[in-house]
Design a protein around this ligand. Sequence first.
Ligand code: FEO
Ligand code: CA
Ligand code: CA
Length: 547
Amino acid sequence: MGEELNRRKFLTYVGTGVTALTVASAGLGAFTPKVVEAKGAKAASHLFGRNKKVSGVNFKPIKPTDKDDLVLPRGFKYDVIASYGDVINKKGETFGYNNDFTMFFPMKGSNERGLLWVNHEYTSDLWVTGPKKDGKYTKDQIEKLLYNQGGSIIEVYKEDGVWKMDTESEFARRITGLTPFKLTGPAAGAKAVAGAHTVQGTFANCSGGKTLWNTVLSAEENYESTSKDALLNETHYGWIVEVDPFNKGFSPRKHTSLGRFHHENAAMGLTNDGRVAVYMGDDKTDACVYKFISKHKYIKSRKQANSVLLEEGTLYAANLSKGEWVALTLEAVQKKAAGNQEILAKFQTQADVLVHAHEAAILLGATPTDRPEDVEISPFDKSVFIAHTNNSKHGNIHGHITRFLEGNDDLGSLTFDFEIFACGGRQSGFSAPDNLTFDSDGNLWTVTDISSSSVNKGVFSSFKNNGVFVIPTTGRNEGEAFQFASAPVEAELTGPCFTDDETTLFLAVQHPGEETEDMNNPTSMWPHRKGDNQPRPSVVAITGFHY
Ligand code: FEO
Ligand code: CA
Ligand code: CA
């Protein structure tokens, strides 16, 4: 671990950071950052095989703004690819509401054509279902509620510099709250899920991740209201789901080994001995950070059959006081709860532990933290970044980003150290860090999620609308945030995802005009479509990244 810290300190950037920003501000144009190796930094040699791509802090940061637009630095533009209600395929299926996580799957290695998986997190009474009557939705409303959550698989391509959706696609389809899913792992068929092997649909899909075998993981987050409104068994939701965007024959599944909680995302990597590690956040105040480690090893040639790795393994939660990953096993829970009949009655099988993972984690000494949302593994040094969005219960109003340093740089380690990498607040210019993604230069692209009811008010005034910030994780600007984008009014920017060559950044603009009360007087009209009369959550492609 000490070695790890030293290695990071040895890395020096030339041409990035302050110098680069000065150059850009002076209008002297683009520059090419270079990584140089300081004396004795042999351990960092793996970095020099990397091709520096074109993203990074290569722009003039924008200032906070309350403009009702997706505002970008000079030289960048966005194309709206798909908006709520758009037809996505020949069958006439439509794009769901409140798009969140996006993940690009290139076709034939292309950076200009591929499938884009998009999560749909929740709906709106005003714009989607219509209001409840006597506290209930009708059957039709429930169908809308379920259809407009889940995921969309759309085919996207770039033509004459403009990104578009290909509605003739053979692959484009919807996965919704009505799609059958099979359960895998210890809770499949267990009493804890009412004996179910198959469940109805996925919803509350927040963020997610990509597996090493090119499938998508989507995280079921705040599942309670929809399962209640649709009269569905709550224990069938709150899981990590897996879908293969290219293959309809790969049955959509929920992996119960990864635990049930308010899943934000799933970041996958390999342990030093070749097993799969999946890091996960639980987006609630006073909730834990989790890691799943598979029992068996990843074998590349097995391709999608590697999915079975997510069916068997150990779920851990982080104890930050001790720097230990605590295994959530039935044995440990029963030992800890000895003599407490109420707890022992609740935890009789490993399925019970997984279904009630948060309770088990707290019982076993895992640390309650400040809304752990996105977790990402640095491609640079395998340190693990966690967005702790905020927790007003004890005064962490603007949140922070935590960095875990796994023992021996091994994602399979059961010990870790950590640091607070960056803090939200006036001093840093950002508040409420949420989704994260890395570029190949080791910069952390961070979106913010100040709630619609707080944005631009009181202690959130200085930040204006939500945004995208780029935070170098090494070099002289380590931990400093540079604003890249500003969201439309009352929107949250979610799901940043680069194409492999980093010439395009996909981004989901969620809930523009969320505080609207009167349909005839919306607080936002983004994306300002000609002839439209409402704001629409939409996915955009941002271009303009240059060397
Ligand atoms: Fe759905 Fe945690 O944001
Ligand atoms: Ca989120
Ligand atoms: Ca969030």
